[in-house]
Design a protein around this ligand. Structure first.
Ligand code: ZN
Ligand code: ZN
Length: 240
């Protein structure tokens, strides 16, 4: 390694990779003496900015150690500051450094997209107006979205009509046609009430009483049972 190489590259504080000086932004303001460059390379700065945005957008927990360099890395760096013939001349020739860089990047992406379980409605966080965004698609495949009340969103997820996409968004699983086909197939075209052939969808808790069109609240029914039951609850209808 020669002197010009030492001058024209710099080790990133975050990914530990040796990179050309052009990959580091010049400092501005009080600390700009001597044309010094920032500690993080452009790539790492971009990642750190994304994390800041994520933090500002919502209370997704981020461990502080994903942002600050681990203390072992700091020691490593001060060792490398001394001139030595064993100092690596490129990131590729020092596999340990490269692996550490990859691990940090993986931590970054993990903290940005904290794992959500799609069927757990307790993860949802309503907007200031108490709303959740719902996405879906029509029978013809056209995508739509609308804001719905938080309580409705929780019900739709709990009753398996929608899944959690992120803390502010759910996705309706079925289009109207898909939903009908799903219920009839699930129930084997058999009326839930009388056991004969059925090909209509009935709400166990009627919509008029606050029931929703969800897999948990809908059953296959024959036309007669569907019409007779109408707005009665299951208990009332079955005990006639
Ligand atoms: Zn970097
Ligand atoms: Zn029936």
């Amino acid at each position: 390694m020669n002197d010009t190489h030492l001058l024209s590259t710099k080790q990133c504080t975050y990914c530990q990779q040796q990179k050309p000086l052009s990959e580091f932004r010049k400092r501005t303001g009080k600390r700009s003496k001597g044309q010094s460059r920032r500690g993080a390379c452009r790539e790492c700065r971009k990642q750190r900015q994304n994390i800041d945005l994520t933090l500002a957008a919502g209370p997704i927990p981020v461990q502080p150690d994903t942002i600050q360099p681990p203390s072992s890395a700091v020691k490593e760096r001060s060792k490398q500051g001394k001139p030595s013939s064993t100092v690596a001349s490129s990131p590729q020739s020092n596999p340990n450094q490269r692996i550490r860089g990859l691990e940090q990047r993986r931590k970054h992406s993990h903290s940005q997209g904290a794992k959500l379980s799609p069927e757990d409605p307790t993860q949802l966080i309503p907007s200031a107006k108490g709303k959740i965004l719902m996405r879906g698609h029509s029978d013809k495949g056209r995508r739509w979205h609308q804001e719905i009340d938080y309580e409705l969103a929780v019900t739709l997820v709990r009753e398996h009509a929608a899944i959690v996409v992120n803390r502010r968004t759910i996705r309706r699983i079925y289009s109207n046609k898909d939903f009908r086909a799903y219920i009839l197939t699930r129930d084997n075209y058999t009326c839930y009430f009388c056991g004969s052939y059925g090909d209509t969808i009935d709400h166990l808790l009627p919509r008029a009483k606050g029931g929703h069109t969800t897999p948990d609240n809908c059953v296959c029914a024959c036309t007669l049972c569907n019409q007779t039951k109408a707005d009665q609850s299951v208990e009332d209808f079955m005990s006639r």
